[in-house]
Design a protein around this ligand. Structure first.
Ligand SMILES: [Zn+2]
Length: 209
């Protein structure tokens, strides 16, 4: 069983077993949750934003979205979503993107990419043993509002999530979950105020479907 509160700006890792439902709760609202999924038995197989978007023919994720791996296999299915949609185009913030987008002096601020690497380092020797920055593909930003403009650009907009909203995913394989509870302070993805989120395994309302 998983039931953990991830503090503002912190990473988290855990394994969800096939058939379990993982719920991520935006406790205070407007919090981006950068997330990656891996086959727990072979971490070379991981979430693929490209395959997922292509297969579903839509750029946002919500109830019914099946998250595909780089090998084209179904990893998880979003079974419930009280936020409405989630981004998988915007990527994870990094010291490099903070420098390019905002200012050189933002370089040393906390970022999701560094949080991902910190989690991998903390868990080296366990299921994530041997994983490095090469193992960080394009991620999902749960609860993050990244509208695509008519010109085809991306905008980091104010959030559409709220306190207590959640997304629930049913694991279709044993899945290693890597989360960076985004520490970003330079754009409105966290309302300039990073807050904690909760991750928990739950009995899915759709477990018989
Ligand atoms: Zn971030």
């Amino acid at each position: 069983m998983i039931d953990a509160v991830i503090p503002a700006g912190e990473p988290w890792m855990g394994v969800v077993r096939r058939g379990q439902a993982l719920r991520i709760v935006d406790l205070e609202g407007n919090q981006a949750v950068d997330t990656l999924f891996y086959n727990a038995d072979d971490t070379h197989e991981h979430y693929s934003a490209q395959n997922t978007i292509q297969a579903q023919g839509r750029i946002y994720l919500t109830t019914g979205s099946v998250l595909l791996s780089n090998r084209g296999r179904a990893m998880l299915r979003i079974s419930d979503d009280t936020c409405g949609r989630h981004d998988t185009l915007g990527g994870a913030c990094s010291s490099e993107s903070n420098t390019v987008r905002y200012a050189l002096e933002k370089r040393h601020m906390h970022s999701c990419r560094d949080s991902f690497l910190l989690a991998l380092a903390r868990h080296s020797g366990q299921s994530s043993g041997g994983m490095t920055k090469r193992d960080l593909p394009s991620n999902i930003n749960f609860f993050m509002n990244v509208p695509v403009t008519p010109e085809g650009g991306l905008r980091f907009a104010d959030g559409i999530s709220g306190a207590g909203r959640h997304v629930e995913l049913i694991a279709l394989m044993d899945t290693l979950v890597l989360i960076s509870n985004c520490p970003q302070l330079n754009n409105p993805c966290n309302a300039y105020n990073p807050t904690p989120v909760r991750v928990m395994t739950v009995t899915s309302s759709q477990e018989n479907q």
